[in-house]
Write a protein that binds this ligand. Structure first.
Ligand SMILES: [Zn+2]
Length: 139
């Protein structure tokens, strides 16, 4: 007997697009919290193959430390335009930590590491997989 499984289609990796204005906002915010982590909520649209980030929200009651940052999600208004979070890594790489993945919120996680510029900005999905990130002048 021979059994075989139908091949699963490759999961579609979504592309992340954000405006320069948003990217610069994340950079400035991260610099102002350095050497602690800064965290922001991303506002935008989530489509089938693309996530568009158009705005930033400073989360209420957020906490900041050198190795952690966070905010209570139960204090957030229910808002469908919240697509994820952005936070900074004052030291090391912009790869998500285990903690980051355990506390994943939304559909995209932007992580920016020191010295905070476009080249140290990464986008990750719920599984910690890097997503294509595009920074554009306007959408
Ligand atoms: Zn982190």
């Amino acid at each position: 007997m021979f059994l075989w499984k139908r091949q699963r289609p490759e999961p579609v990796t979504r592309k992340v697009t954000m405006t320069k204005q948003v990217a610069d906002g994340i950079i400035t915010y991260s610099q102002s919290w350095h050497p602690n982590e800064g965290i922001l909520i991303l506002k935008g649209k989530s489509k089938k193959q693309q996530i568009i980030i158009e705005g930033l929200v400073v989360p209420p009651f957020s906490t900041h430390g050198p190795y952690y940052s966070g905010f209570p999600t139960y204090d957030l208004p229910f808002d469908l335009s919240y697509v994820g979070t952005a936070h900074s890594h004052p030291g090391g790489s912009n790869k998500p930590s285990l903690e980051d993945l355990n506390n994943y919120y939304g559909v995209v996680s932007i992580i920016i590491s020191y010295p905070y510029d476009y080249s140290t900005t990464g986008a990750y999905d719920r599984n910690g997989k890097a997503m294509d990130l595009e920074i554009v002048d306007s959408i």
